[in-house]
Design a protein around this ligand. Structure first.
Ligand code: ADP
Ligand code: ZN
Ligand code: ZN
Length: 707
């Protein structure tokens, strides 16, 4: 191949460089780095700008990849090298390579999506200016640090085990901190971070939380404890300038503490010594588009290769992590992780009492059982707060005509649109299609169109009606507030609403699961789940795990303040009060629940006893989508790598049609993770080959959630 001749300094030869750029995932070029020429050496990890067609794009110099032999190949010189910035280190490059291979995406896509978007728009001079500004402006206030709390024996033991020196040369074992809500896990994180930062001058720590809503609280606790540390935040709620600044601070080592959501796992952290994954069971750690990575699983990989410590924390661990942390037993060497247990709640505030209401004894349309209403009224009369959990937002899931059977289906999806009373719209929660509610049935003209089922809006209204005669201790009427995706659409509105709850303005809080997570509500002493039953018999085998975790988390919101004195309660209305899940819940017995679930999973050969991947395809026709998937799997069935992998036939997804696209999926399963990993590239090759113009999109999801 003849490289472009470039007029470089004498004695400096023109070199060929491998460079990763962001290419569409399935572009034929995306599998390997591209090649460019440059005068003089540039170390791998250097950020560069290169020509791509008529555009100039950001790229990362990659470890040498041999140039394909091709006659008359003309290589173009790169446009600019950002030498003011230290190169991305080998550990980060290894993480990118692993992520791309494991999740079947291109390295360029993974690498470039892990960089702050604003980096694409800056030239070398602008970048150098940002770096100077960053070094000058530390953004710290002179404050005194909040003192570390004297640890309980359980906390102390967890901390000591986590920080114990690893055997020479080996990576420390990942630790699972199994601690009840309010057991003081965050204090353990804080002290582990403090000790790690003291150990080495350049040490960095990464602390991850599942939800962006939880970052402000955690940031505050870290800022209070470490007033002289720069803390970099990484989540999707930041402006492009803030994201760039945080990324640069982490990359240059000026920020030694990085807090963020799942995206933070791909940050450049040259001094990484400790990773904390809080609420490690939370499904939000799984990215749902592009490279569908699990930030928790990548964190484990990353810590291992950086020889850093890693702490996964949860009151209801994922069954994967629970199984992986099982102690050694007869004939079983045990899991790879260490399990650290903190069963006791700080301040000895007892765990909430679980009250099951058998809804078989209520009339069919009953939403609030009289017992529950009475309990809520008692709490309110004492100035305490209650929280009511419901799955569905909106007023009522469906509008319905009793005369002709019309229902408020979405014209673009195989799903019903939800009635939102507040702005009198029918809204599709899958494609977003929104219309004014019709005055009469669109099909027969009947003026009496009714609602079916309850959403949060209707619940708030019904509850207000039920509790209308009650007053607070000061004689004022009760205040009921709703928090869900509809009431928190605007930036800052969630914080405002939560502040109202904290200040005691609200007596009853109604909401979807977003209120159940992490928030520290001091005066809530009663939590109620109205209709959890669908999760008991869901086709998604992880539904019971999620329900148990949600209920235990939600219960954990109650009674966090021992000073209030009254016993906190978790109320569950169900038609299956004898179900094993509720029995374990009543005893707050996660280990019993997990054991029973793992036994079922082992018998059925499901994760964590097998490994799965899901291939999804979209087309205008359902049959075309299924045919495409089935054709690819038949074509791949003969390769030797297919031996240990079972491909199920393609089936429609639920909902089957979204935004006028028919969706199908095909499940792959293997008892051997490596075998599945070897097969996936073979299958991907067939998917490329079998793709025709009827296929709008396809993607592979490795270790999928929500099947
Ligand atoms: P978790 O993260 O496990 O839900 P937190 O870390 O938020 O629990 O702790 C619950 C409460 O207990 C917090 O108010 C915290 O300040 C307090 N706390 C934690 N550890 C201690 C300790 N060792 N001594 C006294 N209070 C503590
Ligand atoms: Zn009708
Ligand atoms: Zn729709």
């Amino acid at each position: 191949p003849s490289a472009d001749s470039e007029s470089g300094a004498p004695g400096q030869e023109s070199q060929v460089l491998s460079v990763l750029v962001a290419l569409p995932a399935h572009s034929p070029l995306s599998a390997t780095p591209l090649h460019y020429t440059h005068t003089g050496r540039l170390p791998p990890g250097t950020l560069v700008r290169v020509p791509l067609g008529a555009r100039a794009v950001l790229g990362v110099v990659w470890d040498d990849v041999p140039l394909p032999q091709q006659e008359g190949l003309q290589l173009r010189p790169l446009l600019e090298a950002f030498t003011a910035l230290p190169p991305l280190d080998a550990s980060w490059r290894r993480l990118v390579t692993f992520t791309a291979h494991y999740y079947q995406r291109s390295m360029g896509e993974v690498a470039l999506s892990a960089l702050p978007p604003q980096l694409r728009d800056l030239d070398g001079t602008q970048l150098a200016r940002r770096l100077r500004k960053l070094a000058a402006d530390k953004g710290l206030e002179a404050r005194t640090a909040s003192a570390p709390l004297p640890l309980t024996p359980q906390q102390q033991q967890a901390l000591d085990t986590l920080l114990a020196p690893a055997d020479g040369g080996t990576a420390p074992r990942p630790c699972l901190l199994f601690g009840s809500t309010g057991s003081g896990k965050t204090e353990v994180y804080l002290q582990a971070v403090a000790r790690t930062l003291e150990q080495e001058p350049g040490a960095q720590v990464l602390v991850m939380v599942p939800e962006i809503n939880l970052t402000p609280q955690l940031e505050q606790r870290f800022a209070d404890r470490f007033p002289d540390q720069r803390i970099a935040s990484m989540h999707s709620g930041l402006t492009p300038a803030q994201r760039l600044q945080g990324w640069l601070a982490a990359h240059t080592g000026q920020a030694r503490i990085v807090l963020g959501t799942r995206m933070a796992v791909l940050a450049s952290l040259p001094g990484l010594r400790l990773i904390v994954v809080d609420e490690e069971h939370d499904p939000s750690y799984k990215q749902q588009e592009g490279a569908r990575y699990s930030a928790r699983d990548l964190a484990i990989y990353r810590a291992h290769h950086a020889q850093a410590r890693i702490l996964l924390g949860s009151a209801t661990p994922s069954l994967e992590s629970w199984h992986q942390s099982r102690p050694a037993g007869d004939g079983d060497a045990g899991g790879r992780y260490l399990r650290l247990a903190m069963p006791a709640r700080i301040g000895a505030a007892p765990l909430p009492r679980v009250r099951l209401v058998d809804m078989n004894h209520q009339h069919r349309r009953c939403v609030f059982s009289p017992q529950l209403l009475e309990a809520m009224a008692e709490r309110a009369a004492r100035g305490e707060q209650s929280m009511v959990l419901l799955n569905r937002r909106g007023y009522a899931p469906v509008l319905h005509c009793a005369d002709c059977g019309w229902k408020s289906e979405c014209p673009h999806c195989s799903a019903y649109r939800v009635f939102h009373k507040i702005d009198r719209t029918l809204r599709c929660h899958h494609c977003g299609f929104t219309e004014r509610v019709p005055r009469a049935c669109p099909s027969c003209g009947n003026l009496d169109v009714q609602t079916l089922g309850q959403g949060t809006e209707q619940l708030e209204e019904a509850l207000a009606h039920e509790l209308r005669a009650l007053t607070r201790p000061d004689g004022q009427p009760l205040v009921i507030a709703r928090v869900d995706a509809d009431t928190t659409r605007h930036a800052g509105s969630l914080e405002q609403q939560l502040a109202r709850v904290h200040s005691g303005d609200v007596d009853v809080l109604v909401g979807t699961q977003m209120i159940a997570k992490g928030h520290d509500f001091r005066r809530i002493t009663l939590v109620a789940a109205l209709n959890p039953d669908t999760a008991l018999f869901s086709s998604d085998f992880r539904a019971p795990e999620r329900l148990f975790s949600l209920l235990l988390q939600a219960g954990g919101r109650a009674g966090r303040d021992a000073a209030i004195g009254s016993t906190s309660e978790l109320w569950v209305q169900t038609r299956f009060p004898t179900h094993a899940l509720f029995a374990a819940l009543q005893r707050h017995d996660y280990p019993a629940f997990a054991a029973q679930q793992l036994e079922e999973r082992a018998a059925a050969g499901m994760p964590p006893f097998s490994y799965q991947a899901l291939v999804r395809a979209e087309s205008r026709e359902q049959q075309a989508a299924q045919d495409f998937l089935n054709a690819a799997s038949s074509a791949a069935a003969d390769v030797p790598e297919a031996a240990e992998v079972f491909c199920y036939p393609a089936i429609p997804m639920t909902p089957q049609r979204v935004a006028n696209r028919e969706r199908a999926q095909m499940l792959l399963e293997s008892g051997n993770r490596a075998a599945l990993q070897r097969f996936l590239p073979q299958l991907a090759q067939q998917l490329h080959a079998q793709r025709n113009r009827t296929i709008l999109r396809w993607a592979i999801d490795v270790d999928p959630l929500g099947i």
